[in-house]
Write a protein that binds this ligand. Sequence first.
Ligand code: FES
Length: 199
Amino acid sequence: MAQMPAPDGKKRRLLLGATSVVGAVGAAFVATPFLSSMAPSARAKAAGAPVEIDISKLEPGMMVTVEWRGRPVWIIKRTKEMLDALGKASDKMADPESGQPLQPEYAKNATRSIKPEIMVVVGICSHLGCSPSEKMTIGPESGLGDDWPGGFYCPCHGSKFDLAGRVFKGMPAPVNLTVPPHTYLADSRLLIGEDKKGA
Ligand code: FES
C-alpha cells in the first residue's frame, strides 16, 4: 500500500507508484484511502476519458498520483514555504514563466497552475521520458544543495525540476514538465484531461 507523505515534510514520499505499479489498462486511480476517483469506466479511461479526482483531503505538502491516458499525473498541494521557494528559484530556471508552446494558457506563469497552491503536472521527464524522483523537501536534506527549492530529480541523466515542474537551466531536459489540461468542477473536484473549453 502506498504511503502518505507527512504533511510537515520530513519524509515526504510519493504516495503511489503510478503507472509503474498500477500498470494495467484501466487501473486509473491509485490513491490514499480518502481520495477517490470518480472517473468513468475502465474502458472509457483506456480511451483517454478525463479523470475526476476529489482533492478535499489533500493536505498542504502532500502529493498524490493518478493515472491519465496511461501516464502518471502528480497533484501536489503546495505550502506557503513551497510557493515562496518557487519565487526565489525563478532565476535558476530555463523558462521561469513557462512561455514555451504546448502548455495550457493557465500554465504560463511562475506557479504553472490555475490555483497557486495546487500543482498538476505529468510525471514524465521531458528529456527522454524517465520517471523523476520526488525531492519535495526544501533545502540540504534533499541532497541537492542548500538552496534546493523542492522538486524532482531525474536519475537517468540528472535533470532537475522545481515544484512547478520548471526545469533548471543547463539540464538535459529541454523544457518544463507537461501540465495536462485540467479544470476545477468545484473547489475540491479536479478534472484531469479536459479544460474549460472541453479540450
Ligand atoms: S530522461 Fe530525464 S534527464 Fe534524461
